[in-house]
Structures are given as structure tokens and as C-alpha cells.
Design a protein around this ligand. Structure first.
Ligand code: HH2
Length: 265
């Protein structure tokens, strides 16, 4: 596998397909496997470099689902896409990651940064790219008054430690990207500061993923339920501060905006 920065040049768009009944922004939309596979294909036609398929919502307050349930949701989608679409699997479970990699997925997106399942590192091994994300606490409780002395420094220190752990487990550093985890145990001010001070994360020397798309901070800022313009603005701001991969639900407007922002840069 070539290094992740070569496979995903800056900026690259990661489209999101949640095969869940309860995701905060697209819950229930892609529960039917044909609809989910169709959405993934459309995202690639619209310019997504990769599509992130997830079978477990991590929205604030949510409980996890079993590996069996997650597999029941995502495997039919992965089977329909085969190797025709570059796929990422949004999971913290080794069994789900293994099934996805067997079906052609190339990236494991773990919101627990290898803290959720002790067997996940071995499954990723040298066969896949890996995204390590920062989360403060767990989805059930993470939004209960999150506090940091210095959010950018603390998130960077956490990701630096998880990167060292992943490399010690045998995952080549050149396959790993890092994500500050917008909305995962953070206030609006924390999320904005993480993007404003993205240089603190970039200093770790790995490509950075930012997923601000449709998150509730945008609703709090704009007072609007239509979060498309706000999502695009956040993605462009993150790109301009050095983000490489932007994780988004509305692929076409983000690809267009980032194409222009990239041309100007
Ligand atoms: N955000 C969500 C889920 N997975 N993975 C990464 N790397 N970065 C993120 O910011 C991120 C993520 C939450 O968003 P969504 O998938 O839309 O919702 P849900 O978790 O409710 O399915």
C-alpha cells in the first residue's frame, strides 16, 4: 500500500453512509442496502475519494450495538459495492473491520483510536489504512460538561500517544491519519478552537481528517436546521488550516468548494 498522503492528496473528500436507524444526520436514510450502495456509488461519481460506511451511531447519548447487529447492517452494503468503490469502515470492532477488509475496504476509521477492541490493531495490521480519532469519554456521556485546560494541546497529546501505540502494534505510521473528533466530548468553542489551531495537530506529522459536517455546533452557531452552507464553510476553513481529508455527508458541494479553495491555495 502506498503512503496515505499519496493515496489521499489534500484535499480529499470522505463521503459518509450511515447504515443505522439513529445517526444524528442521516439516520434511517440508508438502512436499505440497495439505497446505501447507491448512495456510495453516487458519492464517488460526485468526487469522493473514499466512502465511510458505518453501522453504529456514535451520536451523543447513544448506546453501542453488538458486533452481530453491526455486521447485519454493513455486510450487505459492502457485498454490493465489492471493490468497485474505495471504502472505509467506521467501526471500533475487530470482527466488523475484518469482514469489511475481506470485502475490499481499505481504511479502518476507529473513533476509539484502538481503545475499544484489543484485537482491532491486529486486524488492521499491515493490510489497511487507519484513522485514529480523539473522543473525550464515551458517546453516552461525552457531552456532559466536557472540560480541557488547552483543548488543542490535549487532543494532540492523546493522538500522539495513540499513534505511538498503533505503530508499536505493527501498523506502519505512513498508513495512519489523525482526527480531532469534532463534537466528541467538545463544546462549540472547543470545536472551533480545534480547527483554528489545527497546526498543533499537524505538528504530529500525519495527515489530519476533520468531520464537521452537519454537527450540532453548526446548528448552535447558525440557528438553522439547514446545515449545508455551514458544513461547507467549516470544511473549507479546516482545509485552509491544513486538513487533508474532509469527512462529509453532502459530497458534491464540498468537492466543488474544496476544488476552488485548493485552486486558490
Ligand atoms: N464523526 C462521526 C462518526 N464517525 N469518524 C471520524 N473519523 N471523524 C468524525 O468526525 C466522525 C466519525 C459522527 O457523525 P455521523 O457519522 O454523521 O453520525 P453517527 O455517529 O450518529 O452515525
Amino acid at each position: 500500500m502506498i503512503p496515505i498522503e499519496e493515496r489521499f492528496p489534500r484535499p480529499s473528500v470522505m463521503g459518509v453512509v450511515n447504515v443505522t436507524p439513529d445517526s444524528f444526520s442521516d439516520g434511517g436514510v440508508h438502512l436499505d442496502p440497495d439505497a446505501a450502495a447507491g448512495a456510495a456509488r453516487r458519492m464517488v461519481e460526485e468526487g469522493a475519494a473514499i466512502v465511510d460506511v458505518g453501522g453504529e451511531s456514535t451520536r451523543p447519548g447513544s448506546d453501542g450495538v453488538s458486533a452481530e447487529e453491526e455486521l447485519r447492517r454493513v455486510v450487505p452494503v459492502l457485498d454490493r459495492l465489492g471493490r468497485e468503490v474505495p471504502l472505509s469502515i467506521d467501526t471500533s470492532k475487530a470482527a466488523v473491520a475484518r469482514a469489511a477488509l475481506e470485502r475490499g475496504a481499505i481504511l479502518v476509521n476507529d473513533v476509539t483510536a484502538l481503545q475499544g477492541d484489543p484485537e482491532l490493531a491486529e486486524v488492521v495490521g499491515s493490510n489497511a489504512y487507519l484513522c485514529l480519532m480523539h473522543m473525550h469519554g464515551a458517546p453516552r456521556t461525552m457531552q456532559a460538561e466536557p472540560r480541557y485546560d488547552d483543548v488543542a494541546a490535549e487532543v494532540a497529546a492523546f493522538l500522539e500517544a495513540r499513534l505511538a501505540f498503533a505503530v508499536a502494534q505493527g501498523i506502519p505510521e505512513e498508513r495512519i491519519c489523525l482526527d480531532p473528533g469534532i463534537g466528541f466530548g467538545k463544546t462549540v468553542a472547543h470545536n472551533l478552537e480545534l480547527v483554528r489551531r489545527l497546526d498543533v495537530l499537524l505538528a504530529l506529522g500525519r495527515p489530519v481528517v476533520v468531520g464537521f459536517s452537519r454537527k450540532s455546533s453548526l446548528r448552535k452557531l447558525t440557528g438553522s436546521d439547514d446545515l449545508l452552507g455551514a458544513s461547507v464553510a467549516a470544511a473549507v476553513a479546516a482545509f485552509e488550516r491544513g486538513a487533508t481529508i474532509l469527512r462529509v455527508h453532502d459530497v458534491k458541494p464540498h468537492v466543488d468548494a474544496l476544488t476552488v479553495a485548493g485552486a486558490i491555495a
